[in-house]
Design a protein around this ligand. Structure first.
Ligand code: NAP
Length: 283
């Protein structure tokens, strides 16, 4: 069966989303590149993309974006790449209910609301690919990433469940789990830290000063950082293979921690993760 290679990608203003949208276009896909800010939508249009404005924290924006895409495709869509997300830094004890909610509104609730609008379309056509951008931080935790960790763990739960529920429907669900990748991620995380964390009132004031240095550091901040093209390779497999994998690891840290998670007892893994993160937030 000839498949129309249409794909909706979220979060194409920068980083992995932008790179994957560009690569997909070069590989012959009809890409609907979405971004939440009008100026980014304009820039994507200038690059020759079909675009929609889509803010995952806003249900109306999600519904309108889906309507616009389906209008243009005659109600069909081969694939959805749930890429957009941000990281809210901060110790768990410093996260207000509101800040946690905000993290989940974008990374989890909005992502799933969008997906749930697309699933009936794919069920109707009898095929489709849904690919989430998870993280190594959906497999293991690190200090001061609790909100983000929780959101990416939540995506693991949703994708594992969806695979069971969509079995036999012709719709395949995969999650890509990158470790460190070059993008605007730390810059955006730093903004969220500034907006939402009160360093002066925190038990972790000194650690935060170290964390600020890491978030502001130009260039790769972690060893084994890869360019976003590394994610595209896995995305392409998830889209084009007859047998897409449920999980795609990207970067050495994901392979390492994915293995350690399987073989070590919880306290053994904690010991490793404490050591890994020990120097991370020092000034
Ligand atoms: N970079 C890494 O090391 C790494 C590692 C593992 C997983 N990931 C995952 O990779 C994905 C892409 O991140 P990235 O590294 O490419 O970072 P990025 O450059 O910061 O890109 C994130 C994208 O998500 C968008 N976004 C944020 N909030 C949104 C909202 N409410 N609605 C719609 N879009 C929103 C951003 O738009 P704005 O420009 O408008 O903020 C941006 O386009 C994320 O799911 C991230 O968790 C990244």
């Amino acid at each position: 069966m000839a498949i129309n290679k249409t794909i909706l990608v979220t979060g194409c203003s920068s980083g992995i989303g932008l790179c994957c949208a560009q690569e997909l276009k070069q590989h012959g896909y009809r890409v609907f590149a979405s971004a939440r800010k009008a100026k980014d939508v304009e820039q994507l249009q200038a690059q020759g993309f079909e675009t929609v404005q889509l803010d995952l924290s806003d249900s109306q924006s999600i519904t309108q974006a889906v309507e616009q895409v389906l209008d243009k495709t005659g109600g069909q869509l081969y694939a959805l790449f749930n890429n957009a997300a941000y990281g809210q830094p901060g110790a768990v004890e410093d996260l207000s209910r509101e800040v946690l909610r905000e993290q989940f509104e974008t990374n989890v609730f909005g992502t799933q609301e969008l997906t749930n609008l697309i699933i009936p379309v794919m069920r109707q056509q009898g095929y489709g690919r849904i690919i989430y951008n998870g993280s190594v931080l959906g497999i293991i935790a690190l200090p001061f990433r609790g909100a983000y960790n929780a959101s990416k763990y939540a995506l693991e739960g949703l994708t594992d469940t969806l695979r069971l529920e969509l079995y036999g429907s012709g719709i395949e669900v995969s999650i890509i789990e990158p470790g460190p990748v070059t993008s605007q991620f730390r810059k955006n995380a730093f903004l969220k830290y500034q907006q939402n964390i009160d360093k002066e009132k925190s038990f972790f004031k000194t650690s935060y000063e170290g964390m600020e240095a890491r978030l502001k550091k130009p260039g790769p901040a972690a060893p084994f950082t890869l360019p976003p093209e590394a994610v595209f390779k896995k995305l392409q497999h998830a889209l084009e293979s007859k047998h897409p994998q449920p999980h795609y690891y990207v970067t050495f840290p994901t392979y390492l921690f994915g293995t350690l998670k399987r073989i070590l007892p919880a306290r053994g893994l904690d010991w490793v993760l404490r050591r890994v993160s020990k120097g991370e937030n020092k000034c």
